[in-house]
Design a binder for this molecule. Structure first.
Ligand code: MN
Length: 202
């Protein structure tokens, strides 16, 4: 059974950038619902239910057709949100050496990365996510619809942003641009540094 992880910070800790009520609802209702529906879908398949969420999402073709869409949507929702909470921090710090180097190489500068990432997140029509992924060709910005995750395409996700309205509507209403501007105040740069370090070590 998949379970809701507890957060390493309080719901109110990302104020005023991300508000307490959104954080609480997003975690206890939205994320929990993905987990509940994923567990329900996996009930008839104990072997699949025993897999960790990364392994499960990396091999969607290995999931029986009758539950594949449910696993894609709710398993994706679970995995994406697991990562999302880790990418946020009340003590964001600054980009680390490895992060600066990698972003400079791929985008020219950290500021240029932020600009392109924000533009991609604004351009994501409807609900979905925008990602910083590591591929054989280096770091790239990508976008997916719904709860699809680049991990299902064998890519390594370094960072991402949830642009479903449930992630920002209470505080920012329709102003996705304001939500994306606020994001940079709560990015857990240390986590990105660790992920880039791990990807280099591989
Ligand atoms: Mn969400």
């Amino acid at each position: 059974m998949h379970e809701l992880p507890s957060l390493p910070y309080k719901y109110s800790d990302l104020e005023p950038h991300f508000d307490e009520e959104t954080m609480r609802l997003h975690h206890t209702k939205h994320h929990q619902t993905y987990i509940d529906k994923l567990n329900a879908a996996l009930q008839a398949y104990p072997d699949l239910a025993a897999k960790d969420i990364f392994s499960l999402m990396k091999d969607l073709n290995g999931v029986p057709e009758d539950i594949r869409t449910a696993v894609r949507n709710h398993g994706g929702g679970h995995l994406n949100h697991l990562l999302w909470w880790e990418w946020l921090s009340p003590t964001p710090g600054a980009p680390g050496e490895q992060t600066i180097g990698a972003l400079d190489q791929a985008f020219g500068s950290v500021e240029e990365f932020k600009k392109q990432f924000t533009a991609a997140a604004l351009a994501r029509f409807g609900s979905g996510w925008t990602w910083l992924v590591k591929t054989d060709g280096g770091l790239k910005i990508e976008s997916t619809a719904n709860q699809d995750t680049p991990i299902s395409e064998g890519k390594m996700v370094i960072f991402g942003v949830d642009v479903w309205e449930h992630a920002y509507y209470l505080k920012y209403q329709n102003r996705r641009a304001d939500y994306l501007a606020a994001l940079w105040n709560v990015v857990n740069w240390q986590k990105l540094e660790q992920s880039l370090g791990a990807s280099v070590a591989k």
